[in-house]
Design a binder for this molecule. Structure first.
Ligand code: NAP
Length: 414
């Protein structure tokens, strides 16, 4: 029986449970949601309404999501006196799937990122970001329809893990003294310090998820993106461990690029996924110039953060970028963008990224009919040039809509 320290229990719905390795989703699953900061309330209200309508139209009232609000960020602080109540973690653990709005993090001082904390505490180790062109979306490149890739970003370690100390702190001083004295590191005494851990276990479980996805979705290649020529024992090791995992556990269905050109004479067998790698800096060029050769991409945390925004720009921008943070026991779906505070409360921004994250959530629940219905309606709305400001300002003859009016158009198109 679920209990919370501060939250009331959900009023409607039944919990999703796990049987063996499978999620068992009832017809009225409890889905926790975090409204988020900044533009969060605007886009969350619209995304929930669109998803609800999709469920209603797909299953004629037989199925219904039992939304359950949980709290993080400013709203949590206001109601419960803390930015990230323990009940929020517990609800996501218990109910297995949640939808999240963006949360603000001050740069420099202040509190640690709530997003990073959520990912680490819940061990949401695989950040999955599909980047695909939606016809009609404005793009700065000539052939955006060639972009159809899925980024698997390691989500719990790397310099992004938040293990760092400010310049002048006793921790920074003690680490600098130790490294300079024992390892002749020559670090200036007035430095801030950040640590970049990358481990075998966390690298391999990320690569396993990427390969499993590639097999299930019949993808043709996985590119490991790293900066291993310089950071040999972190990013270089990431590359080596990814290859090792592919060889050891998936040798029957993967080949390397070297095998492809040597053993297979350049002809990829239908039942083999090609595993290759690329340096992160070169990858930024490659995704722009030869996107059709980019399929599934696996990479450490920081590379994934940068590359996913850059790739999203090719297909219309961050307003169209969905994301899923997946653990072995639970999953948190959210837009790839942040809380865009300057647009907060203006009913202005694009809710598509959160709607698309909701579509990923429906697919994860195996409610594929709804996922397809909502996606088709969203695509149709964009093709009709009914767009929020971010896309409308780039499309000739577009009708500019507010966040909520865009949602209503998507519903009309279902
Ligand atoms: P941001 O919130 O993503 O906004 C950057 C710009 O992207 C906006 O000014 C806007 O561009 C565009 N944009 C973002 N969302 C949009 C939407 N839904 N529709 C249309 N355009 C959209 O990034 P930021 O300003 O760097 O970060 C703001 C806060 O969000 C920070 O506190 C950061 O830590 C946090 N953040 C949270 C998450 C998360 O919760 N997962 C992720 C990233 C950042 P224009 O101004 O050009 O219109």
């Amino acid at each position: 029986m679920t209990t919370f320290k501060k939250y009331l229990l959900p009023k409607e719905g039944e919990p999703i449970i796990v049987q063996g390795n499978q999620l068992k989703v009832p017809d009225n699953p409890i889905i926790p949601y975090i409204e988020g900061d900044g533009i969060g309330p605007d886009i969350m209200a619209v995304a929930r309404r669109v998803l609800d309508k999709g469920v209603e139209r797909a299953y004629g009232g037989k199925r219904k999501i039992g939304w359950y609000e949980i709290f993080a960020g400013a709203k949590a602080k206001e109601r419960f006196g803390e930015l990230l109540p323990e009940d929020t973690f517990e609800a996501i653990r218990q109910y297995r799937i949640a939808l999240k709005g963006p949360l603000s993090t001050p740069i420099g001082g202040g509190h640690r990122s709530l997003n990073v904390t959520l990912r680490q505490v819940l061990d949401l180790y695989a950040c999955v970001r599909p980047v695909r062109y939606i016809k009609g979306a404005p793009s700065p490149v000539k052939r955006p329809e060639k972009v159809d890739m899925v980024i698997f970003r390691e989500n719990t370690e790397d310099v992004y893990a938040g293990i760092e100390w400010p310049q002048g702190s006793k921790e920074a001083k003690s680490i600098i003294d130790f490294l300079n004295k024992d390892y002749k590191a020559n670090i200036p005494a007035d430095s801030g310090i950040g640590i970049k851990p990358i481990s075998i276990t966390r690298t391999k479980r990320l690569m396993r998820k990427a390969i499993e996805y590639a097999i299930a979705q019949k993808r043709r290649s996985i590119t490991i993106v790293h900066k291993g020529n310089i950071m040999k024992y972190t990013e270089g090791a990431f590359r080596n461990w990814c290859y090792e995992l592919a060889r050891e556990e998936y040798g029957h269905c993967t080949i390397t690029e070297t095998q492809l050109t040597g053993e297979y004479g350049g002809k990829q067998p239908a039942d083999r996924i090609v595993v290759k790698d690329k340096l992160a800096d070169d990858m930024f060029r490659f995704v722009l110039m030869r996107p059709e050769e980019c399929d599934v991409l696996a990479m450490p945390n920081l590379n994934g953060d940068y590359l996913s925004d850059a790739c999203n720009a090719q297909v219309g921008g961050i307003g169209l970028g969905p994301s899923a943070n997946i653990a072995d026991t639970c999953a948190l779906f959210e837009a790839a963008h942040g809380s865009a505070p300057k647009y907060a409360g203006q009913n202005k921004v694009n809710p598509s990224a959160l709607i698309l994250s909701g579509i990923m959530m429906l697919e994860h629940m195996d409610w594929k009919e709804t996922a397809k219905k909502v996606l088709t309606a969203l695509e149709k709305t964009i093709l009709q040039k009914k767009l929020t400001y971010d896309l409308a300002r780039q499309v000739k003859g577009a009708t500019e809509l507010s966040t909520s009016a865009f949602g209503e158009e998507v519903i009309r198109n279902m």
